[in-house]
Write a protein that binds this ligand. Structure first.
Ligand code: ARG
Length: 461
């Protein structure tokens, strides 16, 4: 078996096999932690100097070296080496090459176990902020579309069958609410990220006179981990993030599904922009909603990543185990996938066009005003169950005559129920239904306009 150059210091008499080195490296995917890693190391070195464990001169050498390494990485000139395994050892080895003995002191009172637990937290904090911003943008895009179509009425569906008329804006605002809760979930997930694990060392903490509170302060983290075994061994904050991301993907997927349906020839409620549609390699006439289908499809891997992470953790004895390195590909993938999906979703929303002519045809079908008619009967003193049955019979009358409820003459209504008068027509037709649905959470113009104003204000703030 070929052997690599890497040896683990004095304990080992043989270097790592090439095969195993390839198997165990993580630099190919954890290089993206470089900024978190360098920030963590700068804070750690600063604390070591403050505690008198390294000299001020060594600290400045370390900090200067780390900043130079960051510049090289960002310029693309840094050589990431597989034989240096991961981001931590790549940065540290490069630092030692640069600053000699000073660099060799950086790892005092630190293990890669608390180091990676910190890096993942710092990385996650930034990514959560990025996804948060995209969710806000998606909300703003939906609110903008709702405002531009503020009077448009569409059929609402339950069981994908015609149900009741609603404002298109009301339907769009439903997603704004979902994204708001997604934002809340991201916020909750970030609580576990705002804790500094530095000082926990490999598993037992440190016997050296360090000051973990100072390190946390330098990092801007409000808390220091209370238990070194827990701090190095758990990844619950990554799992919470993976769950919050899976929930966003689920909401996006339901939205995509609805708009795929809306964009069919059969519905024709929306026209997707050419810039987010694809053609067919064989059928020249086709315009396919691939952007939406991919958003729906990619949800599968975001779920898969969550399950992978849950499974990764379930059998691990405390504290750090190398299995934990496998937390990275799934959470990186979920983050990138959800961020990309949101960015594409924003483009789709910003460029879509409603087709009021096609929507109007559907508003006349499926007796969308039947519930409003039942409400009318209730207001006339008919018990709701009775009203429900009566309206069902009137719908049957309409089906026999192939007409809408509003097309029935007054006599036809009165044959079924003597309490119905001329004013019944004020409860029929999509406009009347929407106008009357004026309670909290309902779809009336007044309610929806107020909701739009509320969201505008919130999103501007
Ligand atoms: N690359 C490792 C990870 O991602 C870093 C920690 C390694 N620690 C260890 N004891 N081997 O988990």
């Amino acid at each position: 078996m070929a052997e690599s150059k890497k040896a683990w210091g004095g304990r080992f008499s043989k270097p790592t096999s090439k095969q195993f080195e390839k198997f165990s490296e993580s630099i190919s995917f954890d290089a993206r932690l470089y900024d978190a890693d360098i920030r963590g190391s700068i804070a750690h070195a600063t604390m070591l100097a403050e505690c008198g464990l390294i000299s001020k001169t060594d600290c400045s050498r370390i900090v200067r070296g780390l900043k130079a390494i960051r510049r090289e990485i960002e310029a693309g000139t840094f050589e990431f080496r597989e034989d240096r395994e991961d981001i931590h050892m790549n940065v540290e080895a490069a630092l030692v090459e640069r600053s000699g003995d000073a660099g060799k002191k950086l790892h005092t009172a630190r293990s890669r176990n608390d180091q990676v637990a910190l890096d993942m937290r710092l990385w996650a904090i930034d990514e959560v902020a990025h996804v948060y911003g995209l969710l806000r943008e998606a909300q703003a895009a939906l609110v903008g579309l709702a405002e531009a179509n503020v009077a448009l009425i569409i059929p609402a569906y339950t069981h994908l069958q015609h149900a009741q008329p609603v404002l298109a804006a009301h339907s769009l605002l439903a997603y704004v609410e979902m994204f708001e809760r997604d934002i809340g979930r991201l916020g909750n997930a970030s609580c576990g990220m705002l804790v500094s694990p530095l000082g926990s060392g490999a598993v037992a903490g440190s016997g050296l006179p360090i000051d973990p509170d100072a390190t946390a302060r330098h990092l801007g983290l409000p808390e220091v981990a209370a238990n070194s075994i827990d701090a190095t061994g758990d990844r619950d904050f990554i799992l919470e993030m993976a769950f919050a991301l899976a929930m966003i993907a689920m909401h996006l997927s339901r939205w995509a599904e609805e708009w795929i349906i809306w964009s069919t020839e059969e519905f024709g409620f929306i026209e997707l922009d050419d810039s987010v549609s694809t053609g067919s390699s064989m059928m020249p006439q086709k315009k396919n909603p691939d952007a939406l289908e991919l958003i729906r499809g990619k949800t599968a891997r975001v779920y898969g990543n969550l399950v992978a992470l849950l499974t990764l953790m379930k059998g691990l004895p405390p504290a750090y185990n190398r299995d934990l390195q496998e937390d990275k590909p799934p959470i990186f993938d979920s983050t990138d996938t959800v961020a990309d999906s949101l960015a594409v979703a924003i483009e789709v929303i910003d460029s879509v066009r409603f087709r009021p002519d096609r929507i109007a045809q559907q508003l006349d079908r499926g007796h969308l005003d039947a519930t409003s008619l039942a409400d009318y009967l209730v207001l006339k003193g008919v018990p709701f169950r009775e009203a429900h049955r009566l309206v069902g019979e009137l719908v049957k009358d309409c089906l026999a005559r192939d007409c809408r409820l509003g097309d029935l003459p007054l006599e036809a209504f009165q044959k079924r129920c003597g309490k119905i008068c001329e004013d019944v027509y004020g409860f029929l037709g999509p406009e009347n239904c929407v106008k009357r649905a004026s309670g909290r959470a309902s779809t009336s113009h007044r309610r929806v306009k107020a909701a739009l104003r509320k969201w505008r204000k919130k999103l501007a703030g």
